[in-house]
Design a protein around this ligand. Structure first.
Ligand SMILES: [Fe+2]
Ligand SMILES: [Fe+2]
Ligand SMILES: [Fe+2]
Length: 472
């Protein structure tokens, strides 16, 4: 039953009063019915008199009406009701941050009131968030620049680290949703571990080419040299920290570089650590790293399917890998497999296996954007967009070199299309990341899907006869 008497007169202030308060307030009674709000709430939510009609009605009705106005994306209200209302019913508080469609970032805390009922407190945190994002971007850019130096010998591996980073983020998030490692995993850990994992192989910068790129059996000394990439990587990152100063990714990056080849049963290197002795970020990174290596093209092997790679990882659960991490990882990949805006079609083939594989990866990356959960997850979307940009740049460069050596007559026009696409994605990313101005919704997904489809099916087919001639 509701207990309106539990709320004081102050708490039931409605619009018009409290105009000077810089935070919005919305009060609910013990049955989660709207009992009042202040003027700042009304301003922040850009609501006028209509709010009054919700007084005395269930909070859900207010949310649904806001949804109809376009305040929330599809499914957001349902998820909110199932995830957060039970917390309130348990009389616990929670805090979330969300960006309104007009780009204003709100920090929202919901707190149970001692006498019954609840109060929602809304703060405009747009400026803090903008500065935080800019700082995060520049810290991440330094990390990517460092990794690129180490990966320069094989352009393909530059994208490998970004894919691993995304998988690390998704797996950490899944672990959090499954209620695992509660003491360690929060939003900050997820973001930090994902970006820091970009540095996992940075120590390979010192591994000589003849060992790193060797396809045959390695000698004992060669194996030892390769294994040193873990300790060398951690040392390089710690040295970078001395000059770069306060970069939140470097401590965790060093931890991951050092531990990503340790085995859960103690059989790994460099320190034969076992179980919880290995940092959690390292335990997550190792699964993502092995999966990505198995499913990628290498000069000496064709890529495994996701199913084959998952099977191998499950076989090694408990020996090489942490079983809890494996369980979460399996879920992530299964969800990924169901997310499909558009599938690869053999009619897309341009007759060059390298290009076909790159096109598959581009399609897969765009499909990831439509994946379960990623649409509503700011960091996941930001990571996939970064990946899309890096990979598109790599692929376009590869394709353009091929077209130019095949004397493709429409080279300039084709190159312009590539550049326009990259510019469009960059603009979208900047608006999405720095200011929260643009959300990832159906129109953006439709643009990416249609562009890629049309480009691969039609434009890329036009160079096929020229490139084929080159191969003969
Ligand atoms: Fe490694
Ligand atoms: Fe192209
Ligand atoms: Fe292409």
């Amino acid at each position: 039953m509701s207990d309106p008497n539990a709320l004081t007169a102050d708490q039931t202030t409605t619009a018009g009063a409290n105009a000077s308060v810089d935070h919005g307030l919305l009060w609910l009674d013990g049955d989660l019915r709207v009992v009042g709000h202040n003027a700042t709430y009304q301003q922040l939510m850009e609501l006028d008199g209509e709010l009054e009609t919700f007084i005395g009605r269930p909070f859900q009705e207010l949310l649904r009406s806001l949804q109809q106005r376009g305040e929330f994306v599809d499914g957001e209200v349902e998820r909110y009701l199932s995830d957060h209302l039970p917390i309130l019913r348990n009389r616990e508080s929670f805090k979330v941050e969300r960006v309104r469609p007009n780009g204003v970032a709100l920090s929202i805390s919901a707190v149970p009131l001692p006498g019954g009922g609840y109060v929602y407190v809304y703060h405009d945190v747009s400026e803090t968030r903008r500065l935080r994002e800019l700082q995060r971007r520049s810290a991440k850019a330094s990390v990517i620049a460092m990794a690129n130096l180490a990966e320069h010998r094989d352009a393909d591996t530059g994208i490998h680290v970004l894919r691993v980073a995304r998988l690390v983020g998704q797996t950490a998030r899944k672990l959090m949703m499954l209620g695992k490692f509660r003491a360690v995993i929060d939003e900050e850990f997820i973001e930090r571990a994902a970006t820091a994992s970009i540095l996992h192989d940075i120590g390979k910068i010192t591994t000589p080419d003849h060992i790193l790129l060797k396809t045959g059996e390695l000698s004992a000394t060669e194996r030892q040299t390769i294994q040193e990439h873990t300790t060398i990587g951690a040392r390089l990152i710690r040295q970078a920290k001395l000059t770069m100063g306060d970069n939140p990714y470097l401590d965790m990056g060093a931890e991951i570089a050092l531990t990503h080849h340790e085995w859960f049963d103690g059989g790994g290197y460099p320190h034969s650590l076992a179980g919880a002795e290995i940092s959690l970020a390292g335990r997550i990174c190792t699964v993502a790293d092995v999966f990505d290596a198995l499913t990628s093209h290498r000069p000496y092997k064709t890529p495994w399917t996701a199913q084959q790679a998952l099977h191998r990882i499950q076989e090694k659960s408990g020996s090489q890998f942490d079983p809890a991490v494996v369980a979460a990882f399996v879920e992530v990949i299964k969800e990924r497999e169901t997310a499909c805006l558009f599938p690869w079609d053999d009619a897309m083939s341009v007759g060059n296996p390298r290009i076909d594989e790159q096109h598959r990866i581009l399609i897969d990356t765009v499909n990831q954007l439509a994946g379960v959960g990623s649409l509503h997850n700011h960091y996941a979307v930001a990571m996939i967009i970064d990946e899309l940009l890096v990979y598109a740049a790599f692929h376009f460069d590869f394709e353009e070199k091929l077209m130019s050596s095949a004397d493709f007559p429409h080279f300039d026009e084709h190159q312009r299309m590539h550049q326009e696409f990259v510019r469009w994605v960059e603009d979208f990313r900047d608006d999405f990341i720095a200011y929260g101005k643009k959300a990832l919704g159906e129109p953006v997904l439709a643009f990416l899907k249609d562009w890629l489809k049309q480009h691969i099916f039609e434009e890329d087919q036009r160079y096929r006869p020229f490139v084929e001639k080159l191969a003969i």
